[in-house]
Design a protein around this ligand. Structure first.
Ligand code: BGC
Length: 455
């Protein structure tokens, strides 16, 4: 471990780097808000713009498709213009896109606005974790990048609450427009933030890199940390998209893409996007009760993320992943059994079991696959391929998200709830095997040490 990383973590340095991470994490707030807000808004959008089921699906999923495009563009952008301007660009897109969505005079403008929102989400989901990981000291990198996931969960909860508050007035334009405020905050907040020292070294701006590193390490001597970054980049040289196909990229890419896809195919967004419907099918017929239970899920999602913030740099990434995914599998299997027995007419307590299982499932996700996937995607790649590889892994995450959220209602209609939850549980077992066999532990290592691990 380099000198700048050891023993020099003065309180003020941690405070400063914590603030840098918190500003970048505003992108996560928008990510969570904008993916969560549509479930409530769509009910009222339909009143103003009557539409068929296919168009409705399009309004809802335009964000995910936009995120795919945004994520793919983010790699090139982050390498060309820098990590900081890429985060600022995401903020600008959020402001513009929220305005277009809120004022949309027609369905097609609304779809365009939501697609643009998605582009902002895609950009931020690549650029924010990458930027935070590149400025963070190794020993608190896990905590700081988990702050991004905390922001995502706060955004989702905020969306649930605002949807509820504005429901009576049917105020979908306000629901969608509200995202302008954190978007603006992201732009203004990022302006005075430093550029990533790693990007500065690569851009041959060594003096700037030294100044930034000294600032984020609280005035410590950063000579050896700088030398480590420099020698790493000199050995690796500048990367390109073609390098992703090379032999050296295979190991980390399998881990990055694998984690990204497993985070989604274990069903998280079936719960996050469709919780009210799941509660209703478990017997909570009233809308108010189903929505209140959903807000409860949102609160638990926020609170359980603190377990990761606390433990990810202490216990490490793998133990949390293994414990969390194991818990998710058990919760899903019990849920599947409960729905199967209810379908067979033998159970009466489906509602209670559903509440408990969904709450536990969220707790286990929130301290494992939720934060740690974004963290590991931002830290496992060697610098040479980092921006492109993060972009590809993140795009895979959005692609899988799209498939799962589109297919959940169909699966439930065709196979039934029990088989659908069993399917997610089986994919959880596959996730567990993947984590145990393929994922390396990265706790406490510098990004350069992790990069060298693959060579
Ligand atoms: C996932 C999202 C999910 C959210 C739930 C994130 O890590 O990428 O798809 O909706 O967690 O908290």
């Amino acid at each position: 471990m380099s000198e700048g990383e050891t023993g020099r973590g003065t309180g003020s340095a941690f405070l400063y780097v914590g603030m840098v991470a918190a500003i970048a994490a505003l992108g996560g707030l928008l990510f969570g808000y904008d993916t969560g807000v549509i479930s409530g808004a769509i009910l009222y959008i339909q009143r103003d713009f009557p539409m068929d089921a296919a168009t409705q699906g399009f309004v809802v999923s335009a964000v995910t498709l936009g995120a795919l495009v945004g994520a793919m563009s983010a790699g090139t952008l982050a390498d060309r213009i820098g990590r900081r301007p890429t985060n600022i660009a995401a903020g600008l897109i959020f402001v513009l896109a929220s305005l277009v969505s809120a004022l949309a005079p027609s369905v097609s403008t609304l779809v365009a606005g939501r697609f643009l929102v998605g582009c902002g989400i895609g950009l931020t989901s690549v650029a924010a974790p990458m930027y935070i990981a590149e400025v963070a000291p190794a020993r608190i990198r896990g905590t700081l990048v988990s702050g991004f996931q905390l922001a995502v969960t706060l955004g989702i909860l905020g969306a649930y609450l605002i949807d509820e508050a504005l429901a009576a007035a049917g105020g979908w334009r306000w629901m969608l427009g509200m995202a302008m405020a954190p978007g603006l905050l992201l732009v203004v907040g990022m302006l005075p933030m430093p550029e990533s020292p790693r990007w500065l070294v690569e851009s041959a701006r060594d003096a700037d890199a030294r100044a930034v590193l000294t600032q984020v390490r609280g005035g410590a001597d950063v000579t050896s940390e700088l030398a480590e970054i420099r020698s790493d980049l000199a050995r690796e040289g500048a990367g390109s998209w073609g390098d992703l196909l090379g032999h050296e990229a295979r190991g980390p890419l399998v881990v990055g893409i694998g984690l990204a896809v497993f985070q989604q195919v274990t069903g998280i967004n079936a719960v996050i996007y469709y919780a009210p419907q799941i509660f209703q099918s478990a017997g909570f017929e009233s809308d108010t009760v189903a929505l209140a239970a959903t807000v409860g899920i949102g609160v638990i999602n926020v609170l359980a993320t603190f377990i990761a913030i606390w433990l990810v740099d202490r216990a490490g990434r793998k133990p949390l992943l293994v414990a969390g995914v194991l818990g998710m599998v058990v919760a899903l299997a019990v849920l599947g059994l409960a729905f199967r027995d209810a379908a067979a007419g033998t159970a009466g307590e489906l509602g209670d079991i559903t509440v408990v299982c969904l709450a536990l499932y969220i707790v286990f996700f929130a301290f494992s696959l939720g934060p740690i996937v974004w963290l590991m995607i931002s830290e496992i790649f060697p610098y040479r391929i980092r921006a492109q590889a993060i972009a590809v892994s993140t795009a895979a995450n959005w692609g899988a998200n799209f498939l799962v959220s589109m297919s959940f209602p169909l699966l439930r209609a065709d196979l039934g709830s029990a088989a659908t939850f069993f399917l997610y549980a089986a994919l959880g077992v596959a996730t567990l095997a993947f984590v145990v066999l393929r994922v390396p532990e990265t706790k406490g290592k510098t990004l350069e040490e992790i990069g060298r691990f693959w060579a």
